[in-house]
Design a binder for this molecule. Structure first.
Ligand SMILES: [Fe+2]
Length: 197
């Protein structure tokens, strides 16, 4: 099957559109986090946003490669949810979008690409699925801590670290203002290690 007639071509365009949407949605959440003085959360989400830009570049370059230097304009339909939420609800909702893409959309794209013989594209979809799934786990973990009011508290003594100056101290709760640089609590780092299912 030729690329131009394939469903994989349309799915690459869908993936590109999804990732561009992700970039904007993350930007909205980052703005919200900054406005509410959650500087470290904004920093983590900015890293996620950079990863999305890398994915968009990979997909775009794949399209150009398969179109063999011919120009094309592809029309697609897609879903565009519009919601206004608190910071923690926005994080959870975005986590659900990432999880849906990992478990459904990109998995489906991968299978079709494999069936149509575009294994290189299928492998890229598979790898992006891993990142989306990892993002979803991090975002749910973060939203849970927000909802449980345990962002800066722990039952056990843990190491808290300031993302501005690097000051660190072990205790059951983070400081209100960093003892070294005086930056507020929002700069305290979280360990967003991927949680196992
Ligand atoms: Fe500090």
């Amino acid at each position: 099957m030729g690329f131009k007639e394939s469903s994989t071509k349309e799915n690459l365009v869908r993936a590109f559109a999804e990732i561009c949407q992700d970039n904007a949605r993350l930007g909205f959440i980052i703005k919200k986090a900054k406005n509410e003085n959650f500087a470290f959360i904004a920093l983590e989400l900015e890293q996620m946003q950079k990863n999305k830009m890398a994915h968009a570049t990979i997909i775009y370059e794949l399209m150009l490669e398969y179109l063999e230097k011919t120009n094309d304009n592809v029309c697609i339909e897609s879903g565009y949810p519009f919601e206004s939420q608190s910071l923690s609800a926005s994080i959870r909702d975005y986590g659900e979008l990432e999880q849906y893409k990992a478990k459904n959309t990109f998995k489906h794209f991968e299978k079709i690409a494999r069936d149509e013989g575009f294994n290189k594209v299928a492998d890229i979809f598979k790898a992006i699925t891993f990142v989306n799934d990892n993002n979803a786990k991090k975002l749910f973990y973060l939203a849970d801590r927000f909802d449980n009011k345990t962002l800066y508290k722990s039952k056990e003594r843990v190491l808290w670290e300031c993302s501005n100056c690097g000051y660190a101290d072990e205790s059951k709760a983070a400081w209100d203002n960093c003892p070294l640089c005086n930056y507020p609590k929002g700069y305290v780092k979280f360990n967003l290690q991927m949680k196992k299912d």
